[in-house]
Write a protein that binds this ligand. Sequence first.
Ligand SMILES: Nc1ncnc2c1ncn2[C@@H]1O[C@H](COP(=O)(O)OP(=O)(O)OP(=O)(O)O)[C@@H](O)[C@H]1O
Ligand SMILES: [Mg+2]
Length: 117
Amino acid sequence: MTTTGIRRASHLRDVSVAAPAQARIRVEGVSKRYGEFQVFRNVDLEVGEREIVALVGPSGCGKTTLLRCIDGLLPINEGGIFVEGERVTEPQAGVAMVFSISACSPGRPCSTTSPMD
Ligand SMILES: Nc1ncnc2c1ncn2[C@@H]1O[C@H](COP(=O)(O)OP(=O)(O)OP(=O)(O)O)[C@@H](O)[C@H]1O
Ligand SMILES: [Mg+2]
């Protein structure tokens, strides 16, 4: 996921229908490296109240890494991540990641605030 922004990436697309009026999650110019390995760079993303966004891309492009960064589970190298206006620097109460779609029981909706791996 070496890209100048999710909305412009050809291989990792933000498929939200419209930009949210007021973002609950904001990802601004975020880059992530493991040592010398650049996973992604300069990623921008906004997710609004009750908005459902899918990160789509080939295996290894950085989808899970980005979700872990948003959750505060992984540090970022550049940029900023904000949840409801608060900069994310560590895992936050009330923000969770569901690691598998099978974790959602049929008929029971998953939280719309939970990034899903
Ligand atoms: N702890 C780590 N140290 C070094 N490289 C890592 C680490 N975790 C992930 N990577 C690398 O970062 C890249 C992105 O991995 P990531 O798991 O985010 O991809 P993904 O898009 O979620 O893939 P998939 O669709 O298979 O789940 C991959 O090249 C992966 O090998
Ligand atoms: Mg993944």
